[in-house]
Design a protein around this ligand. Structure first.
Ligand SMILES: Nc1ncnc2c1ncn2[C@@H]1O[C@H](COP(=O)(O)OP(=O)(O)OP(=O)(O)O)[C@@H](O)[C@H]1O
Ligand SMILES: [Mg+2]
Length: 609
């Protein structure tokens, strides 16, 4: 169900199986509640205080009652002082206790909620980054991101306030009703006749509102995707003068959001006015009835006042239920989606912050035997077909071929981002699945086709290759990668912030940072996925030198677009439409008159002139 691009509105409807809703909902909420477990001591204390403060709230009208009774010369409760002053002082003491309890109840609730939410956030994030690559190619990352943050803040609201409020209001509701019954069974009975219909209506409306608010959330997530994508690709938007197009696209999206929200508001409004009408109608009717009882001496005046207080409690509790209920429902929707991610199957990696060490060394020999592969998202298109080759330890193997022939895919397979459907990949003669993913990735480095830098400093970006490296190592790696000089030409040197995704650096500079990163990692196997964009000859020389340095003493798989860079390779593999059609050294391949390699070389040779 979680596969495929999330189609928001269809999905919202598909996920509301009406019959099973309640059971499912409870099961899911209870799974999320497991996150409260580590903090259950504090949670129980908070609940206890919540209970206490609600009880005091319920006792308050009784104090008022005893004040009125005392004023009329009666002593209602044997436990309480018999004078107005005494009862007043007693009330103040109770209120002080109430203040104390309320403070800690809120503090503890927020404490528990925030901590467990931090755990949920951490787990969701960890889950996300350990999900297989395929998960990401099936989704728009922006949508995923905003969806998760919206969902988590909904859960946060619910954990910090809604749950406590729901419990408090329920206690006031039940306690209020019970105490009303002790004052006058007739009055409480009258109230009970009026309440249940309201509850039925609340549930029906609540379902409706839930559905609509989920639609609005989905739409909002979709419109946030537009923002994120366009801001990330702002240069493209501008270059194609597509501001108007994007603005219209976003405008349409937010209009939809507004429309759905307004539709929801209509029902909420109807709901609230209905409740208000019924509530006040019921209250007026009750007070009138109570007055009749007083005139027939079936009720004391103090009883009437107390009853009015409880009626207010019960009434405002009823009034708060729909919103609280809707909030809980929203949180349930949100937790369903968060749990959906937590339930996704992650990659089988054994990562912990303390243990990322290499357990099984890889010397550097690499083979593909009869590898067949199709991306899981497009199973019908074979990207690699029966690919076999060998790279002995320390060898340089170049892969060339037209765009889309599957070169970067081979790199992705070596890194175990995906697994071949047929055939095997071995390291040092041992099938890849006998290594842990972390061992392979820790010993294979890639300088990718499009170098991606993180928004921090140059130093941090190079250190990404080996988080434990010290500054000397980093600078040494930068020197070997021909990056030191340009880095030092910046006023802030290694502390220069590279801008989001490295936009403040040129293509060649970014590449050399990536090379320094790979040098620092010191892998046994190196993959170079050469950028298609050509550098000027000076930068090219610098990059080429850096690459030569990087390739020393390790197995290198060079995916090359500029054939001039691979003449020295021990072996050249020519790939076309996912099949190896030629392989051999440059000298061997160039003599094959009909060969693709010769053809491509001639093309490039002519292109240069
Ligand atoms: N994540 C993906 N999901 C589905 N199909 C993909 C994915 N990545 C690449 N492809 C498809 O696989 C084929 C091979 O792509 P690949 O990136 O390996 O080509 P390439 O040889 O590296 O091309 P170039 O020289 O342009 O970099 C292409 O047809 C491409 O559309
Ligand atoms: Mg590629």
């Amino acid at each position: 169900m979680a596969r495929g691009r999330l189609n928001s509105s269809n999905k919202a409807e598909a996920e509301l199986p009406k019959a099973k809703l309640n059971k499912e909902t409870l099961r899911k909420v209870s799974r999320l509640m497991a996150y409260l477990k580590p903090y259950r001591g504090m949670f129980i204390a908070a609940l206890l205080f919540l209970f206490l403060s609600s009880l005091v709230g319920l006792a308050f009208p009784l104090l008022i009652k005893s004040l009125i009774d005392t004023a009329q010369g009666r002593h209602t409760f044997g436990l309480l002082p018999a004078t107005i002053g005494g009862i007043f002082l007693f009330s103040i003491a109770i209120l002080l206790g109430q203040a104390f309890v309320s403070f800690f109840r809120i503090l503890w609730f927020v404490n528990v909620a925030e901590r467990s939410l931090a755990d949920i956030r951490r787990d969701t994030y960890f889950k996300l980054i350990t999900l297989p690559m395929n998960f990401f190619s099936n989704r728009r990352v922006g949508e995923l991101n905003s969806r998760i943050s919206a969902d988590l803040s909904q859960i946060q609201d619910t954990l910090t306030t809604t749950i406590a409020e729901l419990i408090r209001q329920s206690l006031l509701f039940v306690g209020g009703l019970a105490l009303m019954a002790t004052i006058s069974v007739y009055l409480a009975g009258a109230m009970l006749i009026l309440v249940p219909p309201l509850i039925v209506v609340a549930i029906i409306f609540g379902r409706f509102i839930r559905k609509i608010s989920r639609q609005a959330q989905d739409k909002l997530a979709e419109s946030n995707t537009v923002i994120e994508e366009t801001l990330q690709g702002i240069a493209i938007v501008k270059a194609f003068v597509n501001e108007a197009y994007e603005a219209a696209r976003y405008g349409g999206n937010v209009r939809d959001v507004a429309n759905i929200a307004i539709k929801g508001a209509k029902y909420r409004g109807m709901f609230v006015s209905f409740i208000v009408l019924c509530l006040f109608g019921a209250m007026v009717a009750l007070v009138a009835y109570a007055c009749v009882l007083v005139s027939h001496h079936k009720l004391e005046v103090s009883g009437l006042v107390t009853f009015a207080f409880y009626a207010m409690y019960v009434g405002s509790a009823m009034g708060s239920f729909p919103d609280l209920y809707a909030n809980v429902q929203k949180a349930v929707g949100a937790s369903e989606r968060v749990l959906e991610i937590l339930d996704e199957k992650g990659e089988e990696i054994s990562i912990s912050e303390t243990n990322n060490a290499i357990n099984q060394r890889i010397g550097g020999a690499l083979t593909f035997s009869n590898v067949g592969f199709a991306y899981p998202s497009r199973p019908e298109i074979t990207v690699l077909d029966n690919v076999s080759f060998e790279a002995a330890t320390g060898q340089r193997v170049a892969i060339v071929g037209p765009s889309g022939s599957g070169k970067s895919t081979m790199a992705a397979l070596i890194l175990q981002f995906y697994h071949p459907q047929s055939g095997t990949i071995t390291f040092d003669g041992i099938p890849s699945n006998e290594y842990s993913l972390t061992d392979i990735r820790n010993q294979v480095a890639i300088v990718p086709q499009d170098v991606m830098l993180f928004g921090g400093s140059i130093l941090e970006n190079i250190a990404y290759g080996k988080l434990t490296a010290n500054k000397e190592d980093i600078i040494q790696a930068a020197q070997r990668a021909n990056a030191h000089e340009f880095v030092m030409s910046f006023p802030e040197g290694y502390d220069t912030i590279v801008g989001e995704r490295g936009v403040k650096l040129s293509g060649g500079q970014r590449q050399r940072i990536a090379i320094a990163r790979a040098l620092l990692k010191n892998p046994s196997i190196l993959i170079l996925d050469e950028a298609t964009s050509s550098l000027d000859s000076e930068s090219e020389r610098l990059v080429q030198e850096a690459l030569e340095e990087l390739m020393k003493n390790r197995t290198s798989i060079i995916i090359a677009h500029r054939l001039s860079t691979i003449r020295e390779a021990d072996k050249i593999i020519v790939l076309e439409k996912g099949r190896i059609i030629e392989s051999g050294s440059h000298d061997e391949l160039i003599t094959n008159e009909q060969g693709l390699y010769r053809y491509l070389s001639t093309l490039q040779f002519e292109g240069v002139n």
